[in-house]
Design a protein around this ligand. Structure first.
Ligand code: UD1
Length: 419
């Protein structure tokens, strides 16, 4: 398993370009299941999760070609309805093939995603919504078996604005009979990107980005032009924080700042200067960083996917900040590792009190999940001495060429190849 070796203390300077958004690309690529002809996507990031999705599409009977950020997906022969455990266990987002498979085949056998490091993450809301649309489910040997005649429109009210659930239903409803109305839908920008893609191919989705989404089913989808995936707001936010933590100045190009208000408000409250120039945001600081409190919430609130990185920054801010995690249970796996680097953090339930210290010290640490791994890299970049972040495959799931991008900003970071 590869590790990253970081010698901290170098201010990051220069320009970094944001890659395509992982969390937009995954549902959009799986949306290809809804098509009987070729679909082409641009700005697809080279990430472990994207390669897993490519494998999944191939296992289901699609031909794929992925070069220079462009992915082509085309149905080969008959489509298989089975998403096997070996793929689903490495990427929970595989469950996003459930809605498209049911809509396309009337049948889906998807391995039940287990728990993961950041919580149990059930899919009950996906299933009950699809049941309302006419699907019947059973659990068989660890597989969710779904069957339906033809899905029909329904009035669905989510108890919680689930991102994946909203995406699964939007895709399924696009080929269902009649109209589906989704209440308390998730409002994340990646949902808008999925709707934009589907609508560009003939789907009739209105309200994406709002709490109520209406989807009028159509009989067939067909792509006219390649679809370009939106840039990754979480990757962008991570590099903005890296600039502030290392006392540098970084221009983040292709930064989707319209979708990053909650993060920007908190960064500015910490004394980070953010200047918007065209499609770029420049991050720097002139004064000491100040601690603030954050609370993760569904979009447009503060994103849970930025919580760990923000906590790494709070650990070197002046004063104390409280981090409240309301989306996932058990998403503080980075805390013991940050503490190994000297951070002063106390966790009570779903809250963490972070008391800022002047400087972290390098240490061997272990990434437990994707964003926790990114937080440890940020900590290593500003720590005194050397930090080795193990299990970096988590980071490779979601950050395209992270060490190369950081090297280009002057960071002393290198990959150590594992067995
Ligand atoms: C997506 C993102 C992930 C992000 C998360 C929240 C992708 C591929 N992943 O994950 O990076 O952290 O949104 O912004 O886009 N829940 C249920 N029942 C369900 C579905 C969800 O109880 O049927 C719970 C989950 O356990 C969790 C919360 O709802 O506590 C949020 O989950 P959800 O919004 O569905 O996140 P994901 O789509 O899994």
């Amino acid at each position: 398993m590869d590790s990253l070796l970081i010698t901290g203390g170098t201010p990051l300077n220069g320009t970094v370009k944001v890659s395509g958004a992982k969390n937009a690309a995954l549902p959009i690529l799986l949306g290809a299941i809804l098509f009987d002809k070729k679909v082409i996507f641009e700005n697809v990031p080279h990430l472990r999760d994207i390669h897993t999705t490519k494998n999944l599409l191939e296992t289901l009977g699609f031909e794929t070609n992925f070069e220079n950020g462009c992915m082509e997906v085309c149905q080969k022969n008959t489509i298989s309805s089975e998403a096997p455990y070996d793929l689903v266990k490495t990427m929970r987002a595989s469950v996003l093939c459930l809605g498209p498979l049911l809509a396309r085949l009337g049948e889906a056998n998807v391995a039940m995603p287990g728990g993961c490091a950041i919580g149990t993450r059930p899919v009950d809301l996906h299933l009950s919504a699809l049941e309302k649309m006419g699907a019947k489910f059973s659990l068989d040997n660890g597989y969710i078996k779904g069957r339906c005649q033809k899905l029909h429109g329904a009035h669905i009210q989510f108890d919680f604005p689930t991102v994946g659930g909203t995406e699964n239903i939007m895709m399924a409803a696009s080929l269902a009979d009649g109209e589906t109305i989704l209440e308390n839908a998730a409002r994340e920008p990646e949902i808008v990107d999925l709707a934009n893609f589907l609508n560009s191919c003939g789907a009739k989705i209105s309200g994406a980005g709002e709490s109520q989404i209406k989807i009028q089913g159509v009989t067939r989808l067909e792509q006219k032009n390649p679809y370009k995936i939106m840039p990754d707001r979480i990757e962008a936010g991570t590099y903005l924080i890296a600039a502030a933590m290392t006392n540098g100045e970084v221009r983040v190009k292709d930064c989707p700042y319209h979708d990053m208000e909650a993060l920007f408000d908190k960064l500015r409250a910490c004394n980070v200067i953010l200047e918007i120039e065209g499609d770029s945001v420049i991050a720097k600081k002139h004064q000491e960083l100040n601690a603030v409190d954050i609370r993760t919430l569904p979009h447009p609130g503060f994103p849970t996917d930025m919580q760990a990185q923000f906590m790494a920054m709070l650990s070197i801010c002046k004063g104390s900040g409280i981090v409240e995690e309301t989306i996932f249970e058990n998403r503080f796996m980075h805390v013991p590792e940050l503490k190994r680097m000297g951070a002063d953090i106390r966790v009570t339930g779903n809250s963490a009190m972070v008391r800022g210290i002047p400087s972290l010290t390098g240490a061997p640490v272990m990434a437990s999940d994707l964003r926790a791994g990114a937080a440890l890299v940020l900590a290593g970049l500003c720590a005194e001495g050397e930090t080795r972040v193990d299990r970096i495959y988590h980071v490779d799931r979601g950050y395209e060429g992270m060490e190369l991008k950081l090297q280009s900003l002057g960071a002393k970071i290198k990959r150590i190849k594992g067995e």
